[in-house]
Design a protein around this ligand. Structure first.
Ligand code: HEC
Length: 137
């Protein structure tokens, strides 16, 4: 009897740790994405995506509030649109606004020494999108 309950305890621990893998991995991705956001985007889009970073003052156009992407899209985070926009695959409303085309410049503030060869690594990009999704109102 004693052995049996030990076995059950062990099994539930294994199951529990398997269950916590998901959320913990997700939290890491969001944290990584936040670091990338802080270095590459916050100057224009604000510290928390609210759209008023210091560099935005000279752009002649107010960078959109990135926490409202979901609200502006019928309650659904437009991951595909956002990823195409960042990678310069969509026509800009304001071509003179100088939002960088990140497929051209890479994450140059994250890798100032050219660590990623100017390419945006898939995991970095996924983390950035996860962060943006996490800050939606
Ligand atoms: C130099 C300033 C600047 C930087 C840096 C910048 N943006 Fe932007 N962003 C803008 C401006 C201005 C717009 C407004 C529209 C345009 O460019 O056509 C914009 C638009 C967007 C949009 C479209 C939003 C909408 O509702 O249409 C997304 C998404 C976006 N930026 C995400 C990002 C992300 C993510 C980063 C960092 C990887 C970033 N931006 C870095 C200035 C910037």
């Amino acid at each position: 009897m004693r052995h049996r309950s030990m076995a059950i305890v062990t099994i539930s621990c294994v199951l529990l740790s398997a269950c916590t893998d998901g959320p913990i991995a997700e939290a890491d991705a969001v944290r990584e994405g936040q670091l990338i956001y802080a270095k590459e985007c916050s100057a224009c889009h604000g510290a928390r995506g609210e759209g008023v970073g210091s560099a935005s003052l000279t752009l002649g156009v107010v960078p959109p509030n990135l926490t409202g992407l979901k609200q502006r899209n019928d309650g659904y985070f437009p991951r595909e649109f956002v990823s195409r926009f960042i990678m310069g695959r969509l026509e800009k409303d304001a071509p003179a606004s100088r939002m960088p085309d990140f497929s051209m410049v890479g994450l140059r503030h994250v890798y100032p020494n050219g660590g990623a060869d100017g390419e945006v690594l898939e995991t970095d990009f996924a983390n950035l999108l996860d962060y943006l999704e996490a800050i939606q109102k």
